[in-house]
Design a protein around this ligand. Structure first.
Ligand SMILES: [Zn+2]
Ligand SMILES: [Zn+2]
Ligand SMILES: [Zn+2]
Length: 140
């Protein structure tokens, strides 16, 4: 069984030096089709072809995060939200805006914020992640 999405997922794994396993292919395809970051349980629910248990989803996500294909975009109400890292730069994830009224989070993929200037204080930034809260256009 082949599809453009699946081929792209296979190529991403190959480029990252990871074996093409069914869970990895499946989870990458879910994230490719997602308009916004997803919680682990939401990813699990969207796996249509084959159900994977929680541990498998967790471990698969961890392996994708380790090679930088997937980012934990932010944590909200104790749950991690995951997405593909393809709209991020080396040191910065795109900012996220969460509406406090409707609860929807928007990826601000076209906004690049200046990196925090803390190097002179001895801090080394691996990644800057910013999450904004407020009202979305529909709720404002
Ligand atoms: Zn990112
Ligand atoms: Zn809203
Ligand atoms: Zn995002």
């Amino acid at each position: 069984m082949t599809s453009p999405l699946r081929d792209r997922a296979r190529q991403m794994l190959k480029d990252a030096g990871l074996y093409c396993t069914e869970p990895r292919l499946a989870i990458l395809q879910v994230l490719m089709q997602a308009a916004r970051p997803l919680r682990q349980d939401q990813i699990g629910e969207k796996l249509t072809l084959r159900a994977l248990n929680k541990v498998t989803v967790y471990r698969t996500l961890e392996s994708l995060i380790e090679v930088g294909l997937v980012h934990r975009a932010f944590t909200y109400r104790r749950a991690g939200y995951f997405e593909l890292a393809d709209h991020c730069t080396e040191h910065q994830c795109h900012p996220h805006f969460t509406c406090t009224q409707c609860g929807v989070t928007h990826c601000l993929t076209d906004i690049l914020l200046p990196l925090a200037k803390i190097a002179q204080k001895g801090f080394v930034i691996n990644r800057q992640q910013v999450r904004l809260e407020g009202l979305c256009p529909a709720c404002a």
